[in-house]
Design a protein around this ligand. Structure first.
Ligand SMILES: Nc1ncnc2c1ncn2[C@@H]1O[C@H](COP(=O)(O)OP(=O)(O)OP(=O)(O)O)[C@@H](O)[C@H]1O
Ligand SMILES: [Mg+2]
Length: 480
């Protein structure tokens, strides 16, 4: 049986013989060589699963061979063997990507076990690579649906920017496909094999966002019990997707701008300077130009992020894409949910083409999922779609009859859908903060910026109001 191919590089003939015997007994196909030169030739010719390399070779340093092999992109784990057990050697070996470091004399069991572990790890790496290739396929440019002129323009820009490192700002309403575009760019860029890391800036409480992005040193603030890796570090030299970037608080915008300019940052509460190598793709459904005018978003950061802007038009402005999207989603839903929808009636399709789609492509997908799951037959009819039909220009649904609680309830539901309601471990204060800000802003506006009057109306102490204004960075505007 062949458990895998092992290369042993060792100049001591007796050790070589022992290793060969041992590994062959374990069922491996073994090749042994005594010099670095021979090892190079073998590595070129054969695809080894594991290499055992002595650190002291007659013609070269084993670590040199390790470095070289890693540089060729080989994924074969390399185990370094040495008779001299120095810390320096061990550190150097691991630094250069050795899988393990073994000192002689070794126990036979130790060799067997380490080679087995190395093989298992290689298998995991390969499975992971395979998985990444499969993920990449799902983001091939052709997998975005829609041939409207507006989408063609989007595809063209994706093609133009994929191979560059330019920062990208994707703007568009909720559900228009911003994240899909970000991933399509990543998986078609030279960084596709590196991590794609997303941060939803709206879903993370303000006070935690900085450490989420840049990590914090243990004890740098109350509650920072241990060090957690920040997203910039996790993204490595892949792509960092800053989703809902318009929600980044002002003071953090300053730090982010510095990081993007200098490509360097330090952890919260730390001093060491780290490189920020990730490519930045940001997205927002807010009107950032307006936020810049209103001074809630830094203009310099806006321009730094928006080196290449991509605008995703709302679905109602490209209704021609709807039939294709419907076909695409029906196939997808059948595949993923086991439904057996074979078609849609012309009047049902017309209904979908006429709908306003405030939630854009995501809303269309959800409407089709609901219809596919609940419809009794194989064809979808208008009655299978339960949304309230509206066209752009129709008056928004009346809210007069709703109580304040109901309005807030609706807004919260919308917020949960937008942020997917995940990863929030401080939801209470987050929501309070979100309610507090507009309440204070509005009251100040209505009182022409008079803080004494505003505090009275709000029923809070004037100092409390002042503190809130400064904490929330509220800019006082007056109604004219
Ligand atoms: N052109 C398209 N072709 C196929 N699927 C699409 C397209 N656009 C969007 N989708 C799908 O619609 C859903 C919503 O897209 P996505 O999450 O990228 O939107 P978004 O703009 O990031 O939304 P939000 O602002 O709510 O975060 C996803 O399931 C996505 O795969
Ligand atoms: Mg999104």
């Amino acid at each position: 049986m062949n458990q895998g191919k092992v290369l042993v590089v060792e100049d001591d003939k007796s050790v070589l013989a022992v290793l060969r015997g041992l590994l062959e007994d374990d069922g491996y196909w073994v090749r042994t060589v005594e010099t670095g030169q021979r090892a190079r030739a073998e590595l070129k010719e054969n695809d080894f699963d594991v290499c055992l390399v002595d650190i002291n070779l007659p013609d070269m340093d084993g670590l040199e061979l390790l470095k070289e092999t890693k540089e060729t992109g080989s994924t074969a784990p390399i185990i370094i063997m040495t008779a001299r057990n120095t810390m320096r050697n061990a550190i150097d070996a691991m630094k250069h990507g050795a899988f393990e470091y073994i000192t002689k004399p070794f126990e036979n069991d130790e060799i067997s076990m380490q080679v087995k572990r190395a093989l298992e790890s290689r298998k995991l790496v390969e499975d992971f690579q395979q998985l990444k290739k499969e993920v990449r396929k799902t983001y091939e440019p052709g997998n975005m649906v829609g041939t409207s002129p507006a989408m063609q323009r989007v595809y063209k820009v994706i093609g133009q920017v994929a191979n560059t490192d330019a920062s990208i700002l994707i703007q568009g309403e909720s559900g228009t496909g911003k994240e899909l575009v970000a991933k399509t760019i990543h998986y078609n860029s030279p960084r596709w094999n590196r991590p794609f890391t997303a941060v939803n800036c709206a879903a993370i409480p303000r006070e935690l966002l900085e450490s989420e992005l840049f990590c914090h040193e243990k004890g740098s603030f109350t509650g920072a019990l241990e060090r957690r890796t920040g997203k910039f570090e996790l993204a490595e030299d892949g792509t960092l997707f800053l989703d809902e970037v318009g929600d980044i608080p002002l003071e953090l915008q300053t730090k982010l701008l510095r990081v993007l300019q200098e490509r360097e940052y330090s952890r919260v509460g730390g001093r060491e300077l780290l490189r920020a190598n990730a490519r930045i793709v940001a997205a927002t459904n807010q009107d950032l130009e307006r936020a810049v005018r209103e001074k809630t978003f830094r203009e310099d950061l806006f321009f730094r992020l928006k080196v290449i802007p991509i605008y995703l038009p709302p679905l109602r402005e490209r209704r021609g894409d709807i039939p294709q999207l419907v076909g695409y989603f029906i196939d997808k839903i059948n595949r993923e949910m086991g439904t057996r929808v074979s078609g849609i009636s012309p009047d049902a399709l017309k209904l979908l083409e006429d709908h306003g789609w405030p939630g854009n492509v995501r809303e269309l997908e959800n409407a089709l999922i609901r219809a596919a799951v609940l419809s009794p037959g194989a064809v979808l009819f208008p009655k299978d779609f339960t949304f309230h039909n509206s066209r752009p220009g129709d008056p928004p649904p009346a809210v007069d009859h709703l109580s304040l609680e109901e309005i807030i309830h609706h807004k919260l539901e919308d917020y949960f859908q937008r942020t997917k309601g995940v990863d929030v471990d401080n939801l209470y204060s987050l929501v309070i903060e979100r309610v507090e800000r507009p309440l204070i802003e509005l009251t100040l506006r209505k009182t022409g910026g008079n803080q004494i009057r505003a505090a009275e109306i709000l029923g809070i102490n004037r100092n409390t109001l002042r503190k809130k204004i400064s904490e929330l960075h509220i800019v006082v505007k007056k109604d004219v």
